[in-house]
Write a protein that binds this ligand. Structure first.
Ligand code: ADP
Ligand code: MG
Length: 490
């Protein structure tokens, strides 16, 4: 029934009550029935109108009373009239109160719906869903966004098995243990895991969870899930292009060292030639001197090994392999790197001295990349020395402990240093002060060192000396951190 009809109905009831009240000779409080009109009107009219209707009902009661009883009336009829008016007033008051609380409830529901819509919108924008989970009953609550991230149908009530079903097989155990552990721990737990979607797509998710409530034997936790696929893919692409760039600059660097490397290989080959001729001569003697022949052949073997070592080092540096982190000794890494630039330094009359002030000097990293950094720093020092000094060109490389958990390798040269205004720029890509420089050497060194959780710096020291160095976590610290990570995520 439309509200207009209802309003007309209420009016009709009021008229009927009025007529019955005026014309019937019943000795009862007929006007009490106006309460009906008030109850019907409460949902149909505004508060003001309801007050008006209440007044109208009271006026109609009084008019009917005067018509049927005159001004003078008995106590009984006055009492009935009074009861009717009081009933109308009380009914109106209660109706107004209930209408007010209903309005309040409606407003609260609207507010709730609004904040739920905001939450859902924010979850959608930030690609973050929320889930609630009860242990051991395994009841789960999933927000719409959480279902969307997992690509579950809206109507589905996801379960732990469904969740694990789309989780990458390698990450299932980690996720399962994290969900089990969260109730045992007071602190927030974090885990990163992958999903394998039906079409083979991989999604990267990060989940934070925290205990919410423990009631009896049941624990409830809340978790926030974030789809970090785009970030992970961008990071992977960035790492790939950084590795590409590092490889290209390594090959370019080897190209610059080609003449020196060729010399390094040529020297043992020349010695091989000389020793083989000498060997032949000792063989041609009558009688052949086998003792001398043996010595010549041994020298040939050693020199061939030397040439093979140079080639291996060049091949290692030029290869385009995956980043492979392993335990390395910083002093051996330095020695091997210097072997590749030894000849270049010799030609340019640069003397290199090394000092190792720490023990042990084990670190954890990628050998090829860290060699690239050391060679870059040494070549920069050499180039600066060649540009500024005719003699007394010195490079000092020092390995020391930065603090209990870090090792430092610092390359110093007395080439006059870096102009003060350039010190902050030397690690920026394409910053160079050399006519033939590319300006990417130090920026690549920086990204390599930071990928190893270290820092790199350059600073001018006194008397024209400059220090460019890096600091890396010691092997022991990295091992500790890795074990801790494994503990946190398992
Ligand atoms: N040992 C050093 N002494 C003086 N200046 C240096 C030294 N090392 C680096 N620089 C400055 O930093 C700049 C950037 O170095 P780098 O990134 O290796 O690029 P490039 O060697 O191609 O110029 C150099 O051009 C030079 O101005
Ligand atoms: Mg350089």
């Amino acid at each position: 029934m439309s509200s207009d009809w209802k309003k007309a109905g209420a009016l009709l009831i009021a008229v009927v009550i009025f007529l019955v009240d005026v014309f019937s000779s019943l000795d009862i409080a007929v006007a009490v029935l106006y309460v009906l009109v008030i109850l019907i009107s409460v949902d149909l009219f505004s508060k003001k109108m309801l007050l008006g209707i209440t007044c109208l009902c009271i006026i109609l009661t009084i008019i009917a009373f005067i018509i049927s009883h005159g001004v003078e009336c008995s106590d009984e009829s006055c009492g009935r009239g009074g009861i009717s008016i009081a009933a109308i007033g009380i009914a109106s008051l209660l109706a107004l109160k209930s209408s007010a609380s209903r309005e309040q409830l409606r407003a609260q529901l609207q507010l709730l719906a609004r904040s739920q819509a905001f939450l859902a919108g924010a979850q959608q924008l930030s690609l973050t869903g929320s889930i609630g989970f009860r242990v051991p009953s395994t009841d789960m609550y999933w927000s719409e966004e959480a279902k969307r991230i997992f690509e579950f149908n809206k109507a589905v009530s996801p379960t732990l098995d469904l969740m694990l079903g789309v989780t990458h097989p390698d990450d299932q155990q980690r996720l399962r243990s994290m969900l089990e552990d969260v109730c045992a721990s007071q602190s927030q737990v974090e885990v990163e895991f992958r999903l394998v979607m039906a079409d083979g797509r991989i999604k990267y998710l990060q989940m934070w969870a925290r205990q919410y409530e423990i009631t009896g034997h049941e624990c409830e936790f809340i978790g926030a899930l974030m789809d970090i696929t785009t970030t992970r893919k961008a990071e992977e692409a960035l790492h790939r292009s950084q590795a590409e760039l590092a490889h290209i600059t390594r090959v370019t660097m080897l190209g610059e060292l080609a003449a020196s490397i060729a010399h390094e290989v040529n020297q043992p080959l020349a010695a091989v030639l000389t020793d083989s001729q000498a060997g032949l001569r000792w063989l041609g003697r009558v009688p052949p001197d086998f003792h001398e022949v043996t010595k010549a052949v041994e020298r040939i073997g050693a020199q061939a090994q030397r040439a093979a070592d140079v080639i291996r080092r060049v091949r290692d540096l030029s290869k385009k392999g995956k980043i492979f982190q392993e335990k390395l000794e910083l002093d051996s890494l330095l020695a091997e790197s210097l072997l590749l630039v030894e000849r270049e330094l010799y030609i340019n009359k640069v003397t290199v001295s090394t000092e190792t002030e720490a023990s042990p000097v084990s670190i954890y990293g990628d050998k090829v990349q860290l060699q690239q950094v050391i060679i870059n720093l040494v070549l920069n020092a050499m180039q600066s020395l060649c540009a500024t000094r005719d003699h007394g060109r010195k490079i000092v490389v020092c390995i020391k402990r930065g603090d209990a958990d870090h090792l430092e390798l610092i390359v110093r040269d007395n080439g006059g240093g870096i102009p003060d205004q350039d010190v902050v720029n030397v690690f920026s890509p394409f910053f160079t002060t050399k006519s033939s420089g590319m300006g990417v050497g130090l920026s690549i060194c920086k990204s390599i060192i930071e990928a190893h959780e270290g820092q790199i710096w350059a600073e001018n020291e006194s008397a024209g000396w400059v220090a460019v160095g890096f600091r890396l976590p010691s092997y022991e610290l990295r091992e500790g951190m890795r074990k801790n990570d494994a503990f946190m995520t398992n």
